[in-house]
Ligand binder design. Structure first.
Ligand code: ZN
Length: 190
C-alpha cells in the first residue's frame, strides 16, 4: 500500500530564487500521515527556472515514542520512501556497515532512501580517495561502493534502521508492508 498523501496545495509567492536570482520560488505544502498515526507537514521550495529546491519538515503531532524504525528496501520504488532523522536518531544500514551517529551537531535531515545512499556514496568515495594505493581496506571499500551502486538501482536488498531514543524520527514508506516500528521500553533507554 502506498502511503497516503493529503492536503497537497501549491502556493505562489513572488520572491526571487536565492540561487539564480531570476526564477520565482514555488512553494508547495503537503501533509503526510505517518504509519504510526502522526502527521507531518512538508514544505517544498522550488525555483521555476533553475535546479534550486529545498524541503522543510514540520512534525504536526509530536511523536515522542522512542523506538526502532525498520524499512526493508528491495526494489527501486522503496528508494522513494521518505526519511526524516532527528538529531537523536541513529541511522544504520547493517548490510553495508554504514551508519550515521546521533549527536548535538548531527543534522536534522529530510530526504528519501535514495538521498541517504547518495550521501553515503559521497562520503565513502572521499574516504576511498584518501587511502594509499596499498591500503588493506581498499578491497572492502570498493565492495561497499559496488553494493551502494547496485542499491541505487534497486538491485541490492538492504535494511534501513533508525534507532531513536527521543522519538521524532520518521520513515514514510512507499510500501507499508516493509515498514515496522518497535517501541523501546524505559529500561532499554539507558
Ligand atoms: Zn533559480
Amino acid at each position: 500500500m502506498v502511503s497516503e498523501k493529503r492536503n497537497s496545495e501549491e502556493l505562489d509567492f513572488s520572491f526571487k530564487c536565492p540561487l539564480c536570482d531570476k526564477g520565482k520560488i514555488k512553494i508547495s505544502k503537503t501533509t503526510y500521515d505517518v504509519p504510526d498515526g502522526d502527521k507531518m507537514l512538508i514544505i517544498k521550495f522550488e525555483c521555476d527556472i533553475c535546479e534550486f529546491s529545498n524541503n522543510d519538515v514540520i512534525p504536526l503531532t509530536a511523536n515522542n515514542t522512542p523506538g526502532i524504525i525498520t524499512l526493508r528496501v528491495t526494489n527501486e520504488s522503496d528508494l522513494k520512501s521518505k526519511i526524516y532523522r532527528s538529531p537523536v536518531g541513529r541511522l544504520e544500514i547493517p548490510e553495508l556497515e554504514l551508519f550515521v551517529e546521533p549527536g548535538p551537531r548531527a543534522d536534522f535531515y529530510y530526504t528519501n532512501v535514495e538521498g541517504i545512499l547518495f550521501r553515503f556514496e559521497n562520503a565513502v568515495s572521499i574516504y576511498r580517495k584518501n587511502l594509499e594505493d596499498d591500503d588493506v581496506q581498499i578491497e572492502e571499500i570498493d565492495e561497499v561502493l559496488q553494493n551502494l551502486n547496485e542499491a541505487l538501482k534497486g538491485d541490492f536488498k538492504f535494511t534501513l534502521i533508525i534507532t531513536d531514543r527521543g522519538g521524532g524520527s520518521y520513515i514514510i514508506p512507499e510500501d507499508e508492508s516493509k515498514y515496522s516500528f518497535e517501541k523501546l521500553e524505559n529500561n532499554e533507554l539507558n
